[in-house]
Design a protein around this ligand. Structure first.
Ligand SMILES: O=P(O)(O)OC[C@H]1O[C@@H](O)[C@H](O)[C@@H](O)[C@@H]1O
Length: 288
């Protein structure tokens, strides 16, 4: 198990690479603490656009950007500030078992205190890689004298060899908000949710694990297990919306699907001095 820190000319860490047995590897940029690569047996399971900006000028289009403290549009810029702020590497461990772990920290700054979400806070983000899993867990802490609310999400972009073959399982019977049709409380009736058009849905209060079939290769299956995160966002821009994004190739909608674990339908409330933990564990499942 190895942990490599990559530094820029100013001697600051800009990228961390974790490796684990089973030819597993994971890369995280300190910008947004965005995971940009997760490989198992050498095979890439996450999508990053070939047009993604990796120079800190825009949130990274792909991988696992972190949405905090606001999901979607609102008082703050879309999806909040965590995904386009530099996080700090504060700890690392490759001595425990067959795993490698790195911890990132984000705290309030002059800029965040001057924003529409001015609270004092600390996020501690723990990324752990094993031979078949990637766990991404955040401890959210309120360091302010007032209570605050937030919504948060791991905006995971899964790589697909062909989106037409993707099936998302575990959403049957769950109510969702269709952000495209402007409908809420619609009930999902399919066992296998497929992607064949622009989709933007929030499945609310999903109780169990979700399985994404068709990740990395036709028969690659990833199980998404959540810790305290209640909802699942399901998104693909499809042809027309893809063309509107400057950092996304026109045809790349065929190579990805976003299945995003978070708590977004109802905000999380944190009292002064208290902490809350949320996150996900991605596991490459054996072939069906
Ligand atoms: O282009 P952005 O800001 O990264 O957002 C991408 C998408 O992110 C999803 O989580 C939202 O549900 C969509 O509405 C949004 O379009």
């Amino acid at each position: 198990m190895a942990i490599e820190l990559y530094k820029n000319d100013g001697d600051e860490v800009y990228k961390v690479k974790l490796t684990a047995p089973n030819d597993a590897e994971c890369v995280i940029y300190t910008y947004g603490a965005t995971v940009t690569s997760w490989k198992v047996q050498g095979k890439e399971l996450l999508f990053v656009s070939k047009l993604a900006k990796l120079d800190g000028t825009k949130a990274i289009r792909g991988g696992i950007p972190i949405v905090f403290p606001q999901f979607g549009p609102g008082k703050l810029p879309q999806h909040g500030f965590a995904r386009n702020t530099n996080w700090k590497v504060v700890d690392q461990d490759n001595k425990t078992g067959d795993m490698a772990t790195v911890h990132f920290e984000l705290t309030d700054s002059e800029a965040t205190r001057a924003s529409e979400w001015p609270y004092r806070f600390r996020l501690l983000y723990k990324v752990t890689l094993t031979g078949t899993t990637l766990s991404t867990i955040i401890e959210y802490e309120n360091l302010d004298s007032s209570a605050f609310d937030f919504t948060t999400l791991m905006h995971t972009y899964f790589r697909t060899s062909d989106v037409a073959g993707v099936k998302v399982k575990g959403l049957d019977g769950i109510k969702y908000v269709d952000k495209i049709l402007g409908q809420s409380d619609v009930v999902e009736t399919r066992k296998d949710v497929i992607v064949d058009k622009n989709e933007d849905r929030v499945y609310v209060d999903v109780p169990g694990e979700v399985l994404v079939d068709g990740v990395g290769s036709e028969d690659g299956r990833v199980i998404v297990k959540r810790f305290n995160y209640k909802d699942i966002v399901f998104w693909n821009p499809w042809e027309e919306k893809a063309k509107e994004m400057s950092d996304f190739g026109d045809d790349e909608y065929k190579e990805m699907v976003c299945v995003e674990a978070g708590s977004v339908a109802k905000p999380v409330s944190l009292e002064p001095g208290s902490k809350w933990v949320g996150g996900q564990l991605l596991r490459l499942a054996p072939k069906a």
